[in-house]
Design a protein. Structure first.
Length: 516
């Protein structure tokens, strides 16, 4: 452990052994007179070596004490530049991870509130269904159910208006996208869940109807042996019982011979909230139509007794189905159910409720998304500006429900679809069902946004952070196994050079022998 010279140094020393002057000069030895005392060249060489060894020892001690190999630019200029660049990237990744974690907290808070609203809606649905059994409930019981519904509606509004994160309300519409240029006579309702809005601009959206929506429809003309006389009444002696069936349910009607078409139409239409079918009398006969549009709607009219023959529909002799509208949103084919069109892409996530007038004709309606939404900065690798966003619409009772059937606040006291209005109970059920589905869709979108955009980015950023930190550490941090070895070597060299300097300082004393 006392030897610090390598093999090459030992071979060099042996080859230079001897006292010949030529050999000493060839090996780089300086010849100096032992009789000179003003300049001690050997001591100067020893001092230089000692200083160099002391500087090396100080460097090793600094690296071991700080844990960093590069403490200043002179230690490794290129390495310093590379490590500073990596440190900057580390800070960016750390910020992206923190932002992603906070975004998850925001989404989780909103999703938890939606879960509570969903429970409240299920309780309301249970009360509405219970109240439909009016034969077994007294008026007082129905009134008590209405009071419970009113209380539940207040709770929904309270959740919508009080759910917040860091002082920002989440479900009262504050984080919804802002819309301009909407023609409400064409686009009755817009729900924007995601939009990539160019910086300082707005996102233009065009909704084009390429195929008109249709109701399910069956008709019966006058005369021709179908049960109606040419004068527009049931043929004399033709007492009929018909079954009318639609998406909401089935009802049976009995009419006597001589009943006019207007009476038949009014009677059938008075049950449209139970069947989803209305009837219309005209000079040409009688028509049965579904209340709603789309492929989920159907109408079936069947004679149980008597003669009542309708014109054949597209689903057979006694049944016809509706047709969904065909819609393009910004040139991309939309998913359509009846008059409701939706599209989900990287640049736009929107649900559009078409009006009946617009959805049954061909044309284009436009609007612009000008801002808003909940924006999260989660890293530049996601897109050009590192932002992802989602719209959080209002879930108050004035906004939950259907643009066709109505909204949730209409089933509260003073509304048009309360429990006391017996004929409105099917509509109330449809409204609550639409609200439940609306909340479920929003919750699903939040979950998809969290899982597919936030959490995947968070996981990839964590892996990237590990790799970048490892790279920065390899460049900048101290390798302790190597530096401890270098420290031991430097300590030995400092000690040996110190002793050699002491010997070199004694060389001039040899001149004293000449004075004896």
């Amino acid at each position: 452990m006392s030897r610090v010279a390598g093999d090459d140094e030992r071979r060099h020393a042996r080859s230079c052994a001897g006292s010949g002057g030529a050999r000493k000069r060839a090996c780089g030895f300086r010849e100096e007179s032992m009789s000179r005392i003003n300049t001690n060249v050997s001591a100067l060489q020893s001092i230089r070596t000692l200083i160099s060894n002391q500087e090396d020892l100080a460097l090793r001690l600094e690296r071991l004490s700080t844990g960093v190999r590069i403490n200043r630019g002179a230690d490794d200029p290129a390495g310093l530049i590379a490590s500073e660049s990596l440190r900057s990237e580390i800070r960016g990744l750390t910020a992206a991870i923190d932002n992603s974690a906070r975004a998850i907290n925001v989404i989780s808070t909103a999703d938890g509130a939606l879960g509570e609203v969903s429970k409240l809606l299920l309780e309301i649905k249970s009360l509405v269904n219970q109240s439909s059994n009016d034969g077994a409930l007294s008026d007082d019981e129905i009134a008590a159910n209405q009071l419970q519904i009113d209380s539940l509606l207040e709770s929904i509004n309270r959740v919508a208006n009080s759910t917040q994160f860091n002082g920002k309300k989440l479900l009262n519409g504050e984080l919804a996208y802002t819309i301009s240029g909407q023609n409400s006579t064409e686009l009755q309702r817009l729900q924007v869940f995601g939009a990539r809005i160019p910086n300082g601009q707005s996102l233009q959206v065009a909704v084009q109807v390429t195929q008109s929506a249709q109701t399910a429809a069956l008709g019966i003309g006058l005369g021709g042996g179908n049960g109606l006389s040419a004068s527009g009444v049931l043929s004399a002696g033709n007492n009929v019982t018909i079954e009318v069936r639609g998406r909401l349910g089935t009802e049976t009607f009995t009419f006597t011979g001589g009943t006019n078409l207007a009476t038949i139409a009014d009677t059938v239409s008075s049950f449209k909230s139970l069947t989803g079918i209305s009837a219309t009398a005209s000079a040409g006969g009688l028509s049965f139509n579904s209340v709603g549009y789309g492929s989920d709607e159907f109408v079936s009219v069947r004679a149980i007794s008597g003669t009542f023959t309708v014109n054949p529909g597209d689903q057979g002799d006694t049944q016809d189905r509706g047709r969904d509208a065909g819609v393009l949103i910004n040139g991309q084919s939309a998913n359509v159910k009846g008059l409701i069109a939706s599209i989900r892409s990287s640049g736009l996530d929107v649900v559009v409720d078409l009006s009946a007038a617009f959805g049954t004709s061909l044309g284009t309606s436009t609007f612009a998304v000008t801002g808003g939404g909940a924006n999260f900065q989660i890293g530049p690798e996601v897109n050009s500006d590192g932002l992802v966003s989602i719209g959080l619409p209002s879930i108050t009772t004035a906004n939950l429900g259907s643009s066709v059937a109505g909204y949730l606040n209409s089933i509260g006291t003073g509304g048009s679809n309360t429990l006391a209005q017996r004929g409105s109970l099917p509509t109330a059920e449809a409204i609550v069902s639409a609200a439940i589905r609306q909340v479920a869709i929003l919750s699903g979108r939040l979950g998809g946004f969290q899982a597919n955009q936030i959490e995947t980015n968070l996981n990839s950023r964590r892996v990237a952070l590990e790799n970048v930190k490892a790279s920065e550490s390899a460049i900048r941090d101290t390798d302790y196994s190597q530096e401890v070895s270098n420290l031991t070597r430097a300590q030995i060299l400092v000690q040996s050079s110190t002793q050699i300097l002491g010997l070199a300082n004694q060389i001039p004393q040899t001149v004293l022998a000449l004075l004896r």
